[in-house]
Design a protein around this ligand. Structure first.
Ligand SMILES: Nc1nc2c(ncn2[C@@H]2O[C@H](COP(=O)(O)OP(=O)(O)OP(=O)(O)O)[C@@H](O)[C@H]2O)c(=O)[nH]1
Ligand SMILES: [Mg+2]
Length: 461
């Protein structure tokens, strides 16, 4: 039997704020109210709700759906806000685990000191939820990579889960920092130390880049000064989209392992770029076309990508597309294959049929149709390069290092994180070039690379 249940763990401010939006969106999709009571009228809504919820039947009252989730922070503020907010009655009371002092944007505090003190109680709470599952498929972690708690303690917990549940899938939704959204100077340190850990401990990481979210909210959504809730509602849509085929009966009823099997050809290259369509200013809704070919083109368009890089400068190793709503499978298959054929130079030819198409009849709440993409593209090296440059500039002069060594951290770990990321970038580059015949005169040397002619990606925007 394929795995079913997923345990969600959300860490720190970003993890908990995004988690709150994610759970709110899930509740709506499964016909549940904010305390987990079923208020829908379609059996499809709860048929596979057990992926994220435990159904609890109490005598003479209607069943309650309880999230399989743990909310963690090294300071109590964000968890307290959830507890006293609209979702206060949704989560198990023993699923909140909070410290007091916070990690103050210090990865070492999350991984080595403050966080390490909390990790045993965290594991205990996780065991408790895992024991209640029939056939656990794995874990998903929501966290930012730029702070102390989500990045440091999130990484620590990931390695503990790997030890204790070696045969379960470990996936993460990881928020990459951007100076457009945050002003904390050491974020590239925290992010690179996290990537160093994710490389070993995570099976599948969905990269979500605040830089791209900022561009989307200001550009496509026309929000002048986007707030975290603006960014998070888009993230929640993508997160729900990625798991749609796990949560609703559909043609392709996968699980996390199957998704990873198809998307990850090499274990280290497990950093995926999500995209979403349609994304548009609500005021322009009436003018928005949503033909299947338009949705498909948008999924492969840089503007709809939640990672700030340009896929036209890399090649797709693999990709998955998920169409939600009333979409004919022939039409979706045709649109995807047509796009792939017209842009074949951007898909590695040595993995045939590397773009999958799945369909789920349930659209997101409030929309008729939507599409979600998950791409494994060599162009993601751009994002790692961006963090690496800032990291290396500071690390060369050992700037801010005392905050980390003060928590007992060995500076060697910084050097290791740096070279591990350099290797990762080189691996992406190697597979980007693989299969290209260097003798071929048509081949454009790197450095001469011009903006490719890629009209069909742009024309609908
Ligand atoms: N998209 C998004 N990013 C966020 C949110 N909150 C914080 N961030 C980003 O996350 C990074 C900071 O991490 P936080 O999640 O605040 O830190 P933390 O995990 O709570 O760790 P400490 O507070 O240092 O203990 C910065 O890059 C912020 O821009 C949010 O709600 N949504
Ligand atoms: Mg915090």
């Amino acid at each position: 039997m394929p795995g079913r249940e997923i345990i969600n763990l959300q860490f720190g401010q970003a993890g908990n704020q995004i988690g709150e939006t994610f759970w709110n969106t899930l509740l709506l999709e499964h016909g549940l109210d904010q305390s987990g009571g079923y208020v829908g009228n379609d059996p499809l809504q709860t048929a596979r709700a057990d992926v994220y919820f435990t159904e609890v039947t109490q005598s003479n009252s209607r069943p309650k759906y309880v999230p399989r989730s743990i909310q963690v922070d090294l300071e109590a503020g964000v968890c307290n806000r959830i507890k006293s907010g609209p979702l206060g009655k949704l989560f198990r009371p023993d699923s909140f685990i909070a410290g007091e002092s916070g990690a103050g944007n210090n990865w070492a505090k999350g991984y080595y000191t403050e966080g390490a003190e909390l990790v045993d109680s965290l594991l205990e709470a996780t065991r408790l939820q895992a024991e209640g599952a029939d056939c656990l498929q794995g874990f998903q972690i929501i966290h930012s990579l730029g702070g102390g708690t989500g990045a440091g303690l999130g990484s620590l917990m990931l390695s503990k889960l790997r030890e204790e549940f070696p045969d379960r899938m470990l996936s993460t939704f990881s928020i990459l920092p951007s100076p457009k959204v945050s002003e904390t100077i050491v974020e590239p340190y925290n992010a690179m130390l996290s990537i160093h850990q994710l490389l070993d401990s995570s099976d599948l990481t969905v990269c979500i880049d605040n830089e791209a979210l900022y561009n989307i909210t200001t550009g496509l959504l026309k929000i002048k000064a986007p707030s975290f809730p603006d960014l998070n509602s888009l993230i929640a849509k993508v997160m729900c989209g990625v798991s749609t085929s796990l949560r609703f009966p559909g043609q392709l009823n996968g699980d996390m392992r199957k998704l990873a099997m198809n998307l990850i050809p090499f274990p280290r290259l497990h950093f995926l770029m999500p995209s979403y369509a349609p994304i548009f200013d609500p005021k322009a809704q009436a003018y928005q076309g949503t033909s299947i070919s338009e949705l498909t083109a948008a999924l492969f368009d840089r503007k709809n990508l939640l990672v700030a890089c340009d896929p036209r400068f890399g090649r797709y190793l693999t990709a998955a597309t998920i169409f939600r709503g009333n979409v004919a499978s022939r039409e979706a298959e045709y649109a995807v294959h047509d796009l792939q054929k017209r842009n074949s130079q951007h898909f590695v030819e040595w993995i045939p049929d590397n773009v999958s198409v799945s369909l789920v009849s349930v659209p997101p709440v409030g929309q008729k149709q939507a599409a979600i993409g998950l791409a494994n593209s060599t162009s993601i090296q751009e994002v790692f390069q961006r963090s690496l440059e800032v990291f290396s500039a500071m690390y060369k002069r050992r700037a801010f290092l005392h905050w980390y060594t003060g928590e007992g951290m060995d500076p060697m770990e910084f050097s290791e994180a740096e070279s591990n990321t350099q290797d990762l970038i080189a691996e992406y580059q190697q597979y980007q070039e693989a299969g290209v015949d260097y003798e071929d005169e048509e081949y454009v040397e790197e450095g001469d690379l011009e903006e490719p002619q890629y009209d069909q990606y742009e024309e609908d925007q």
